[in-house]
Structures are given as C-alpha cells and as structure tokens.
Write a protein that binds this ligand. Structure first.
Ligand code: PLP
Length: 406
C-alpha cells in the first residue's frame, strides 16, 4: 500500500517530504490536511466484514479506536517517510511513553540495558525504577569512552540506549561506532534523536535499530502538545506496534493533527533556531563570564567535529557553563532575562532558559569535566526560539550585566 499519493516520495528531499508526507487522498479527501477523525467505534458493513477479524488490525485499516484512525495514521506515515530506513512509526502519548514502550518491547526479565550516562533524566529513572522492578538490570556508560563501553557488555546485554547530544551537557558521541559495537555484541541500539530530528541526524542509517523522538519538542513545535514516536525497520516496527497496542497507547486525533501541523514547518523552524543559536553561541563565547558554550554547531565547542561529520543540521537547544559565577549570580541572570521563559521542555517557537546542574543526573561521568571544584560551577540551558537574534542577544547581554558581582 503506498504511504502517500505523492509518487516516489522516498526519492524526494526532506523539505519536500515535510510538505507531502502522509497526505493520502483517501484520508484528506478534497482538503489539504486529514480531518480530525474522532472515533472509538469503527463501524463494519455487516457481520461478514466483522468476521474478517484480525485483518482489520493492519496498518491503514479501520478496526477500533485504540488503533487510531486516519489523522494518527497520516502522522505516522509522514514520520516514517522522513526517517530513512524506517518501515513504520508508532506514536505514543509522550516522549517518555515512547522510550518506555520501546524498552518494554525489547527487554525481558534477566536482560541488561546499557544507558548512556548523559541521558534525559526520566530515561535514567526508567532504568533505575520501572525496569528494575521488572527484572531488567540497568548500567550506565560514558559514551565518549569507547573502550569502557565495549567492556561493559555481557552476554545478557540486550539493548543500548543512546542520546545525542547528551541531555543538558550536550556531549556528541560517535553513534556509528557505538551502534557497531552493540551489534557486534548482539545488542540492539535505541537512539533518542529528539535534538536533531531526522532532518539533522538519520539514526537508522547510522546504525540505530530504533529511533525515538519526543514530538513534544521540535515536531509539535508550539509548546501545546505531548507526544512521542518510535520508528524502526519492518521486523521491530511490527513488535513495537503490537506492544504499544497491548499497553493501550493511543494519541488523540486532535493532538495528531496539531503534530502534523507542526511537522509541516519543522524544517524552517529548525533552520532558524539553529542559525540564531549559533549567533548566540558566538556572542556568549566572547563573554568573560562564560567558561564554555556547549553548542555542537559552534566551531571549537565540544563535539563540533563529530557534529560536522555525522549531522545534516542543528537545533536551538544549547547550554552554557559560567566562570567564577555563584549560584546566586547565575539565578539572577536567569531571573533578569525578559524574552526567555523559565520552564522545562524545549523546541517551541518561544525561547526558554533554565538553570542546570547535570552532576545530579550522572552516575559515572563527572560534570563539568575537569573542573577543580565541580560544586562551584553553574550553568544554564537555552532553548532558542524564533525571536529576532539581535533582540535575544540584547536581552542576554542586559541579563549578564544584571547578574553583577559576588
Ligand atoms: C523531553 C524529552 C523527552 C520526553 O518527552 P516528553 O514528551 O516530555 O515525555 C525524551 N527525550 C528527550 C531528549 C527530551 O528532551
């Protein structure tokens, strides 16, 4: 069954796929976007049609509300078309639900999971909490230390959880090398690709077996919905889909329509956010209050070389480590910003800034690396939105002045 009425969509460039993806005529009718199909019950023509039973539980066929309807299917199709190497995409009610859904598909009691030490904190908590309760052992590894990583595998290691760049601290790891080692050891690699999206990093072609995104961030893009996705090749996709159904995961058609709307402009938003973030990174790297700008697109920043080698795009999420700045001064900086909201999440159209303390979310990687007194080092994370770069830099500049001394 074609994924789209646009012929050979697989040959088109990502910008065109963002526009054409998921727009099957059966689902859109005469309008551009698929309508919001609100449905629990799907009706059958007659008892003979009903008796076909399991055949209805196939992609693109009406069955029952928990399997979604064309609004959700269109979003899944569009995401699959964007992800080179994917045969299908499952959507979940949040990014965390996607990560947990994937792990509950791949892992069994007695298995071991290796999680990158700089993973998003709820991913870490899943390993230490939920998965431990279900008999899975989690261990953390430093994704920049390939030798230690390789040595961490045992015959029980079933899966590896990667994230690039690392949460808050923004390290860029060598995904092709890490996934190659996992494969040699007989383990599956799952990549959280929320930062770059498939526009900036094509995870399945870089060796990951499953790519996960928090659609809450860039794809939604407007800070008004929660959703996650997992894309994979045919065999794993089938397993993910079945487990998601067993877990009762379903996304509302309204949210799917919003996510599809966000997806259409993902390319221009990411490009703009990346460009502005780089300008801000350059500005900050010249400031005396700043020890380090953690922005992979910035020449000279940690991970820049691997970013150049492996990525086709960037994102507006970056962090900054201050120099000789107390917690009180750092907090004054954040409070003095006028154009940056203070809040979790990121990837929306509006800029955000939060204080960060990655050390509290690490088991084996010191943060910041090589600091004499790590407890005295403070930083922030910016999510750069679509405001004018000059206005944002002026705002950051006045906040640096307002931070004062001591
Ligand atoms: C936010 C985030 C998630 C989780 O997404 P939610 O939709 O908030 O559950 C997962 N991974 C990364 C890297 C994130 O930033």
């Amino acid at each position: 069954m074609p994924l789209s009425d646009f012929e050979n969509i697989g040959d088109l460039s990502p910008a065109t796929k963002l526009v054409a993806g998921g727009r099957r005529k059966d689902w859109t009718g005469a309008v551009v976007n698929p309508p919001v199909w609100r449905a629990s019950t799907h009706l059958y023509e007659n008892t003979a049609a009903l008796a076909e039973g399991p055949r209805h539980n196939e992609d693109g066929r009406f069955f029952y509300g928990r399997r979604g309807a064309p609004t959700q299917w269109a979003l899944c199709d569009a995401l699959t078309q964007l992800e080179p190497g994917a045969a299908g995409t499952v959507i979940y009610p949040s990014g965390v639900a996607a990560i947990v859904g994937v792990m509950l598909t791949l892992l069994r009691p007695g298995d071991e999971l290796l999680i990158t030490d700089n993973a998003y904190d709820p991913t870490r908590s899943m390993g230490l909490g939920l998965l431990t309760d279900f008999g899975v052992t989690t261990r953390f590894f430093d994704p920049l230390d390939l030798a230690a990583y390789e040595a961490a595998f045992t015959e029980k290691t079933r899966a590896v959880m990667l994230e690039v760049p690392g949460s808050l601290s923004m390290e860029v790891c060598d995904v092709p090398a890490l996934t190659r080692i996992a494969r040699e050891k007989g383990a599956l690699s799952v990549l959280d690709n929320t930062w770059a999206s498939p526009l900036g990093f094509q995870g399945l072609t870089k060796g990951a077996d499953v790519v996960v995104m928090a659609l809450t961030k860039h794809v939604g893009g407007h800070s008004d919905l929660m959703m996650g996705s997992a894309s994979a090749g045919a065999e794993l996709y089938g397993k993910l889909r079945e487990r998601a159904q067993q877990l009762g995961n379903i996304v509302s058609p309204d949210d799917a329509a919003l996510a599809l709307r966000g997806l259409r402009t993902l390319g221009v938003r990411l490009k703009q956010g990346t460009e502005t973030a780089l300008k801000i990174a350059q500005f900050l790297s010249q400031r005396p209050e700043v020890a380090q700008v953690l922005c992979p697109m910035l020449p000279g920043a940690p991970g820049h070389d691997l970013w150049l080698r492996d990525f086709t795009g960037g994102s507006g999420l970056m962090s900054v480590v201050f120099k000789d700045v107390t917690m009180a001064r750092r907090n004054r900086f954040v409070d003095a910003l006028k154009l940056f909201g203070i809040g979790y999440s990121w990837g929306g159209f509006e800029s955000l800034c939060i204080p960060i303390a990655p050390a509290g979310y690490r088991s084996i990687m010191p943060w910041p690396p090589a600091a004499e007194n790590p407890a005295d080092v403070f930083g922030v994370r910016f999510s750069i939105g679509l405001e004018d770069a000059g206005d944002l830099i002026a705002d950051i500049s006045q906040a640096l002045e307002a931070m004062g001394q001591g």
